[in-house]
Design a protein around this ligand. Structure first.
Ligand SMILES: [Zn+2]
Length: 257
């Protein structure tokens, strides 16, 4: 990893968003490069300064007093029941209008929480993009399935099936360890002409080869399918039609990669 690669990943590293392998890459670089280590240090200082800074203030008593005076309420004791009608109805109307407007604004601006499936799709696309950006597409580079498959031995708690589909136009490029949904997964890398396809694989309880599910996220096409207790996610900028050809090859009995 060079300095330019590191600068691309530093913020994600600092936010704890990198997978295990890339975090180790970053740490290794930081140990040997003073310039990048200094930048990492200043990022950390900024984070801790923001965390400890008092970013909320209580209204001073003088302001409370002024608001009460505006409403001509006695400052200390609550008014008797008969006097609780505001003497300045226009002020209440304005306050009510302001509160309603604020509520509407908050509802409009409130971030919509992503569904769990969306989070996974985002993680998958991020994993795909990082593998292209950081020059870390493969840990083991080989078109030979008999080289790639054993490479995962001892690195994962399952054995991914690895198959080359060069004859069908999807040559195997290699494999990589990745980290998704809080677990280590295998990423198999295929090519279709100039397009890179990441196939993320991890175990699932679902046995069958159900119909593939396709979606588009941030301009990338994703297809998922379960085959023989393994969960496959294909991610690429390849068009959905050709990507589904690879998904079909993976789903074919006896030909899962
Ligand atoms: Zn550096």
């Amino acid at each position: 990893m060079n300095c330019a690669d590191l600068r691309l990943l530093l913020h994600a590293y600092s936010d704890g968003e990198l997978d295990l392998v890339r975090s180790l890459d970053v740490e290794q670089h930081l140990q040997t490069c003073a310039a990048c280590a200094a930048q990492n240090q200043s990022l950390r200082s900024l984070r801790s300064a923001l965390r400890s800074a008092p970013l909320a203030y209580a209204a001073p008593p003088s302001l409370r007093q002024k608001v009460r005076q505006l409403n001509r309420e006695p400052a200390d004791s609550p008014p008797p029941e008969s006097l609780r009608q505001p003497r300045a109805p226009w002020l209440w109307q304005w306050l009510a209008f302001g509160a309603t407007a604020a509520a509407v604004l908050i509802l409009a601006l409130r971030p919509v929480g992503p569904a769990p499936g969306d989070l996974l799709a985002d993680e998958l696309v991020s994993g795909h993009v990082r593998s292209l950006m950081a020059g870390h597409l493969t840990d083991v580079q080989s078109s030979d399935q008999h080289t790639v498959k054993p490479w995962f031995n001892g690195k994962l708690d399952f054995a991914p099936t690895v198959k080359d589909f060069a004859a069908q136009g999807f040559p195997l490029v290699g494999g990589r360890l990745d980290y998704l949904q809080g677990r280590a997964v295998s990423a198999l890398v295929y090519r279709r002409n100039q397009h890179v396809i990441n196939v993320f694989v991890w175990p699932t309880d679902r046995p069958g080869a159900g119909q593939p599910v396709a979606e588009n996220r941030r301009g990338f096409n994703l297809i998922s399918r379960d085959v023989d207790h393994l969960h496959y996610w294909l991610v690429s900028d390849l068009n959905p039609t050709e990507l589904s050809q690879l998904a079909d090859l993976i789903g074919k009995p006896g030909t899962a990669p």
